[in-house]
Design a binder for this molecule. Structure first.
Ligand code: AMP
Ligand code: ZN
Length: 465
């Protein structure tokens, strides 16, 4: 069986994945807070962990992997959008408006991520459907001396009660206090203590609890949902590295204190952040956009995915327009080759091996380039599908232009042979100019000629050649 190695944030090294139960490999990813469309950065963990999910299914079997990704559907930002709608005269109660907002955001999210070739996880738990489990876990933490109610509707986790706090991100509690600008609130016994439960108003979403009507803190959601779905211990927990502290430290503290018999997650995987044209994506810099913005501008989902996969998940990745243009030309070429094969091959072993080495997607793409040079259509087709870069068939944006350029390559090659003898290159130049005018990139080397259709490829212009 293929050995999968993954970089575990907890141990800071690459480890062989030894599933707790190879018949049910379990993967949990922190999902989005559903108050608005996903921005491009939000898509990075989705694509990274989709590749992992596909790899696990390949190695352990489709029915032997369980992937859960939650929706955080209780949050101040969601409440704020509902309040704004109500103030603008929208009908319905505030609770109904909150629900309307989360429903529409979830449907957008699923549609956008599907366009990026991401498979739907097996479980997509919504926080609001697991409130009793959260309350039970908080009660357990209080019983075991790890949490305390403040008497005013809050319950706080006592960070000092968990000796391993900070082990994941490798910081001491003092460093964290200095770095995190934690608010010192009257109700906290220690400034690092964090909220497990907080009060809610009558109008906003809230649930009855032993501490009054309220709602859960963000961190307890993932601890309670992953426990309900996966039990005390599971294999892999993922997220962006912005979540390492405090979110993941807090998840570990809660889960390990409530269920000390288990390990919680054995391997922690974190993706680095996405930037845009070398800068942090931010609204103030004007380089903030959603996945849907890009799709609407005509960037196909497969192109976005290929750009993402070119960078290893533990490195910062830079989204640039140039990369997208190049990725589009590459995919058109690959689809042409793949279109000549049938669906009966396994993904190429070089691709599987690259991904098994801590998800080396950049190497996997290098392997696809090799397949392209070798003209291995069957392996190309199977590997593109495996990597989520191709659905059932050539995507419509690239289909219809599936013209076989090999005849033209031959023509240009022959013309050059003739020209080398006659020293008259006018026909070669004429052909080159015609290909460029048809949106085809001409690559000539000593050994051959390669024609690559670019984004502005217009097949009808080839007729004149
Ligand atoms: P949020 O909805 O803000 O909780 O974020 C959802 C996911 O998107 C989390 O896993 C974050 O780590 C991830 N994320 C947010 N911004 C970026 C970014 N610029 N690059 C990569 N991942 C990001
Ligand atoms: Zn989480």
């Amino acid at each position: 069986m293929t050995t999968i190695k993954l970089h575990n944030t907890r141990t800071r090294g690459k480890e062989v994945l030894n599933p707790i139960n190879p018949d049910d490999v379990r993967l949990y990813l922190c999902g989005p807070t559903v108050y608005d469309r996903a921005h491009l950065g939000n898509a990075r963990p989705v694509v990274v962990f989709d590749v992992l999910y596909r790899l696990l299914r390949h190695v352990y079997g489709t029915d032997h992997v369980t992937y859960a990704r939650n929706f955080t559907d209780v949050d101040d930002k969601i409440n704020a959008t509902a309040l704004a709608r109500k103030e603008a005269g929208a009908p319905g109660t505030l609770e109904e408006l909150v629900q309307e907002r989360t429903e529409e955001t979830i449907s957008w999210y699923l549609a956008d991520m599907a366009e990026l070739g991401a498979l739907e996880p097996d479980h997509m738990p919504r926080a609001t459907a697991y409130i009793p489990q959260m309350i039970a876990m908080i009660e357990e933490l209080i019983d075991k001396g790890h949490a305390y109610p403040d008497g005013a509707g809050h319950v706080l986790f006592s960070v000092k009660s968990y000796k391993d706090y900070g082990a994941l991100s490798g910081r001491s509690v003092d460093d964290m206090i200095a770095g995190a600008r934690v608010e010192v609130a009257d109700n906290k016994r220690d400034p690092m203590d964090f909220v497990l439960w907080k009060p809610s108003t009558d109008e906003l979403p809230g649930w009855d609890s032993p501490w009054g009507r309220g709602r859960p803190g963000w961190h307890i959601e993932c601890s309670a949902m992953s426990h309900e779905l996966f039990g005390d211990s599971f294999d892999i927990h993922g997220g962006g590295n912005d979540l390492m502290f405090p979110h993941h430290e807090n998840e570990i503290a809660q889960s390990c204190c409530a269920h000390p018999e288990g390990d919680f997650a054995k391997i922690w995987l974190h993706n680095e952040m996405l930037q845009v044209e070398g800068k942090k994506m931010s609204k103030s810099l004007g380089n903030f956009f959603t996945v849907r913005d890009l799709l609407d501008q005509g960037y196909p989902g497969e192109v976005i995915r290929l750009v993402f996969l070119q960078t290893h998940y533990r490195k910062p990745m830079d989204w640039t327009d140039k990369k997208a243009k190049e990725a589009e030309a590459t995919l058109r070429k690959w689809y042409q080759l793949a279109a000549t094969a049938l669906d009966n091959e396994e993904p190429y072993v070089g691709v599987i091996n690259a991904l098994s080495d801590d998800l080396n997607t950049a190497q996997a793409i290098a392997e696809l380039h090799q397949l392209s040079h070798a003209g291995d259509a069957a392996s190309m087709r199977a590997s593109l599908k495996f990597m989520g870069l191709m659905g059932a068939d050539t995507p419509t944006w690239a289909a219809g232009e599936n013209i076989d350029l090999t005849l033209y390559e031959r023509k240009l090659f022959d013309a050059r042979e003739v020209a080398m003898q006659s020293k008259d290159f006018s026909e070669v130049d004429r052909l080159k100019a015609a290909f460029v005018a048809a949106g085809v990139e001409v690559r000539m080397s000593k050994t051959g000629v390669e024609l690559v259709p670019g984004p502005s490829f217009d097949a009808s212009k080839l007729d004149a050649i």
